[in-house]
Write a protein that binds this ligand. Structure first.
Ligand SMILES: [Zn+2]
Length: 376
């Protein structure tokens, strides 16, 4: 999005003009779609972007924040609605309200791209509203979701762990002193306040009405849903997890990648870098006009995906070379060099830098070293 467009949207929000729709420049005649058809801003949490006559995406605004939510995509057909990913109860309730404004059709399917809570915890919102809706997950994802998400809901939200986290965030926001007794000032204090403000409503909604629901339909390698004249392909990949699902609309050439693409900075916390590179090599060859990442801005080319792949290739090449040199993990940490990628991805933005440090670099370097040693 251009700076001018962002400013116009921000102005529309600040002046209270919620519901403002902006027609975007759509590039030169005959070229591929280079921007959403229209964007509606729901600051501060998310935007609704229309990607074709019947495909929409809710893009979360907190990819590089302490509390992060996955994106949601929506396919509206004359025989019902397909929703892809449901981040939390809080967000899914608000997404559903917007879907009801777009169509009177019922939600028929909810597809989860992987089992992580920031893509699954809102499933029950759709199931409660449309009991006949079917939740679809890849086999591994369905298994892991059943294994992990009920406990995450019970502990990280409804239990002591969640209450402690909320109390710690509130204390830092209100007193300006973090858990280590460090006094927060300037940007750090602003970040602490934002972290509490963004987590509190999410926490409150899960405690109030969070519920876990299992998949109704599972698949192994691939599955096609045909609904109301729309063909929706579900393809199994690996990389972010062992059960990543990519959703492809061949007619519109729209691809929903789940967390195989996270912009502007990938999360390297659980990544399986070798499978990740193989998956991205396939995805960069797919004909696409629009890519909806698991987190972050909609992409209109393969460029970011290629940058992400090249980062993982470089990291793994360096980790394998480190094995050859019998380096310790500490020595690898000192010698690994990703500065070119860091500069491109961070692009001088403090939130991007925070995400690079906390969501990528801090864990990815050790993971790559362990993968190169055959430990995972
Ligand atoms: Zn995610």
């Amino acid at each position: 999005m251009s700076k001018k467009m962002k400013t116009a949207l921000a102005a529309a929000f600040l002046s209270g003009t919620l519901g403002f729709f902006a027609r975007m420049e759509s590039g030169t005649a005959g070229s591929l779609l280079m921007a959403p058809v229209r964007i509606q801003q729901y600051a501060p949490d998310f935007r609704l972007e229309q990607l074709s006559s019947n495909v929409y995406a809710f893009i979360s605004n907190n990819t590089t924040h302490f509390w992060e939510d996955g994106n949601t995509a929506v396919i509206i057909t004359k025989a019902g609605v397909i929703v892809i990913d449901a981040s939390t109860t809080y967000l899914s309730e608000r997404h559903l309200a917007e879907i009801r404004r777009l169509t009177s059709q019922p939600v028929r399917y909810i597809i989860n791209t992987h089992w992580h809570r920031d893509h699954v915890l809102g499933d029950h919102v759709y199931k409660d509203a449309f009991p006949a809706a079917q939740i679809v997950m890849q086999d591994y994802t369905a298994h892991m979701s059943d294994q992990r998400n009920p406990a995450i809901l019970a502990n990280a939200f409804k239990g002591k762990q969640g209450a402690d986290l909320l109390a710690s965030l509130r204390k830092a926001a209100e007193t300006g002193i973090d858990d280590y007794g460090k006094k927060l000032t300037g940007a750090d204090l602003a970040r602490a306040k934002r972290s509490y403000e963004e987590f509190e409503p999410v926490y409150a909604a899960e405690v109030r009405s969070g519920a876990y629901v299992s998949a109704d339909i599972t698949f192994d390698n691939r599955m096609t849903i045909k609904l109301g004249g729309e063909e929706v392909q579900l393809l199994h990949f690996e990389g972010h997890t062992h059960g990543d699902t990519v959703v492809y609309l061949p007619k519109e050439k729209i691809l929903m990648t789940g967390d195989l693409v996270i912009a502007p900075v990938p999360y390297g916390i659980d990544d399986l870098f070798e499978q990740f590179v193989e998956s991205l090599n396939i995805l960069v060859a797919m004909p696409v006009d629009v890519i909806v990442p698991g987190h972050g801005e909609v992409q209109f080319s393969h460029d970011y995906m290629k940058l992400e792949r090249d980062l993982f290739v470089s990291l793994m090449d360096q980790a394998k070379a480190s094995v050859q040199r019998h380096q310790s993990l500490d020595d690898f940490r000192k010698s690994v060099n990703l500065t070119t990628f860091e500069a491109k991805l961070v692009n001088g933005d403090p939130d991007n830098q925070w995400a690079w440090n906390n969501y990528f670099y801090g864990t990815a370097v050790e993971r790559a070293w362990r993968i190169a040693h055959g430990e995972m």
